[in-house]
Design a protein around this ligand. Sequence first.
Ligand code: DLL
Length: 439
Amino acid sequence: MTTATPSRVRPPASSELDPEERMTRAEIEQLQLERLQQTVRHAYANVPLYTRKFDDAGVHPDDIRTLADVERLPFTTKADLRETYPFGMFAVPMSDVARIHASSGTTGRPTVVGYTKGDLDRWGSLVARSLRASGIRPGMKVHNAYGYGLFTGGLGAHAGIEALGATVIPMSGGQTARQVQLICDFEPDAILCTPSYLLTIADAMVAQGIDPRSTSLKVAVLGAEPWTNEMRHELEQRLGIDALDIYGLSEVMGPGVGNECLETKDGPHLWEDHFLPEVIDGETLAALPDGELGELVFTSLTKEAFPVIRYRTRDLTRLLPGTARPGMRRMEKITGRNDDMIILRGVNLFPTQIEELVLGIEQLTPHFILELSRDGRMDALKVRIERHPELSIETCQSAAEVLATRIKVHVGSTVAVQLEEPGALPRSEGKYKRVYDLR
Ligand code: DLL
C-alpha cells in the first residue's frame, strides 16, 4: 500500500469560521430550540398537511418546550411529499418562491422543493462553509461537475462556490473527455462531483495519456451517493488529492447539510445551527441514542419556503460527537439507504460492504456492479467486475476468488464473481447505478 499524499490545502483557521461553527454545544442547543419553535409554528400555520398531522397526533406548537419535545411531532415521509405534489408543502405564497428543484423520481411523481430568496442565501452560505471545511478558499478555482438543472447538486454547489469567493467553472456532469480537457487547460484547484464520477474522470485521464496525479487538482468534495473510506483512499492515491465527503438531500435543502472537515476526515459534521438531526429505529420509529445505527431524520430550523418536520431520509448512519467543530455532531459516513439494502437469502447486505472488500484487493479494479437474479426458488447475487488491464487473466481470476471468499466470510453470503473485460461495465456520469435487480 502506498503512503498518504500530504495535503496541498489547509483547514480554515478559527478566525475564518462562521460564529456558529465556534459555538459550544450548549449555545448550539439553545439556538436550535429557538429556531425549532419558530419552524414548528411556521409549518403548523402555513402547511395544511402539517396542521392536519399535528392535530391528528394531538400536538400543538406550544407543546415544544425543550429539544427533546421534537419526539412528540409526527414524521414526514416521501409519501407526504407525493400526496401534496407539486406545491402543497410550500409554506409561503408562490410569489415569494425564488426557485424550485425536483428529484428525478425514477418511480412515480418527482418530489418538488422550493426556496425563498433567504433560503437560497442560507443554502449558499452553508455550501460555502462546507467547501471551506474541505480546504477550499477564496481565490481558488473550482470545477463543478455536479449536474445542473432540477437536481440540487449543480446549482447548490455553484452558489456555494460563489458565496465563498472562489472562481466557479460551471461544467455540469457528462462530456467526460471535455471535463479532462478543461481540468488540464483551466487548472482548477478543486473538483466537485460524485465519487463514482471522479473515478470515471481519472480513467479518462489515463486513457488520454494524462497522469491523474499530475493535474492542478488538490482537493475533491464528493457526495450525492454512498462511498466508503476505501474509495476515499483509492481516489486520494490515484489523483494525489484530499477527498472530502459532502452530504445533503433535496427535501432538506440540497448539498451542504453537512460536510467533513479536512483536519479530521471522520464523517460529515452536520450543520446543526440549521438542521436538527435524529436517528430512529426504522421499524419501531423510536428515537435512538447517539452512537446507535439507524435511520437519519431531519427537522429544518431556518427554512421558509419548505420547512420539513422530522423528515425520514431512509439514510442509515449514527450520530457521533463533534471533533473539528465540537459544538456540532458528526455522522458516520453513510452505509447506504434503507432502499438499497439487498436481502439475500435472509442476509442483509449493502453495496458499500462489497465496495470495501473489492478495494481491499489490489489486483481488482473498482469497476463493479451487482446483479440480483432468481436461481430456481433462491435469490442469487452476481458481482460483475472488470479485470485489471495490466495483470494476467489468471491473477485477476484468483483475485476474484479471493473476493468471493471474503464476501462469504465478512457478509455471510455466497455470491458469484464474474470477471469482465476492461471498459465493459457502464461508467458513472453522476449518481452511479450499482445494483441491477433482474428478478
Ligand atoms: O444528492 C444532494 C447532493 C448533491 C449531496 C451533491 C451532495 C452533493 P438528492 O438527489 O435528493 O440530493 O439525493 C439525496 O443522496 O438521501 C443520500 O441517500 C444520498 N447522498 C447524498 N450525499 C451523500 C453522501 C443530493 N455524502 C440522497 N454520502 C441522500 C452518502 C449521500 N449518500
